[in-house]
Design a protein around this ligand. Structure first.
Ligand SMILES: *[C@@H]1O[C@H](CO)[C@@H](O)[C@H](O)[C@H]1NC(C)=O
Ligand SMILES: *[C@@H]1O[C@H](CO)[C@@H](O)[C@H](O)[C@H]1NC(C)=O
Length: 192
């Protein structure tokens, strides 16, 4: 058991030194972002604000990750080209400083957003963002539920009225039958 723990610590140390080495290599790129964790309601807009500095023209790539899904959102080189994935074209706004605006947030948009900045020299750096999406009850839906409630009440009243009418009809029929019965009895009894 101790051995395992020792190895775990060792592995972590190796991983850390490799990461530090990579960071050293990628030292020329810096990604500054005021907010890494964002929460929005459905239909809101979200702005992943970053400011990147690096030598030369960077290649900015945004990727969406959620569970096992990994989707490319878009890649752009400021002033050179912009390539936004078709699914996101109508909703994504790219910015020169690497920022990305996403409009009309939906529930499936919740997840991780990874920004990868690549320099012309080939070195690159990543930054991760978390987006949480809350569902809101729309006013339209509230109106709909009120309308459904009113319709339900009207339907209930109609059913009650029909039931009462039916009961009244049966009572009248029974009364008429009762009224006819003695006559019948009388006619049948007459010969006696
Ligand atoms: C990036 O640029 C956008 C648009 O010019 C700006 O609104 C945003 O604040 C900038 N982000 C940072 C971190 O400076
Ligand atoms: C744009 O990006 C998509 C997916 O990343 C890729 O298949 C396509 O070739 C790119 N188009 C251009 C013009 O770079």
């Amino acid at each position: 058991m101790w051995n395992f723990r020792f190895w775990d610590v060792h592995d972590v140390a190796v991983f850390l030194s490799i990461t530090l080495y990579m960071c050293h290599l990628a030292g020329a790129i810096s990604i500054h972002s005021p907010e890494r964790s964002l929460t929005r309601s459905t239909q809101d807009n979200v702005f992943f604000s970053v400011d990147i500095t690096c030598s030369g023209i960077p290649t900015i790539r945004w990727t969406f990750m959620s569970g096992v899904v990994s989707r490319s959102i878009g890649t752009w080189q400021p002033g050179v080209y912009t390539n936004i994935t078709e699914d996101y074209r109508s909703r994504v706004q790219p910015y020169i400083n690497g920022s990305m605006g996403l409009s009309g947030v939906r529930l499936p948009d919740a997840g991780f957003y990874v920004l990868t900045v690549t320099e012309t020299t080939g070195s690159s750096k990543d930054a991760g963002f978390v987006l949480k999406v809350n569902e809101v009850l729309y006013e339209d839906l509230q109106y709909l539920s009120v309308a459904a409630l009113v319709l339900g009440c009207i339907a209930g009243l109609l059913m009650l009225t029909m039931w009462l009418l039916d009961k009244a009809y049966r009572k009248i029929m029974a009364w008429r039958q009762k009224k006819q019965m003695p006559d019948n009895d009388a006619t049948e009894l007459q010969p006696l």
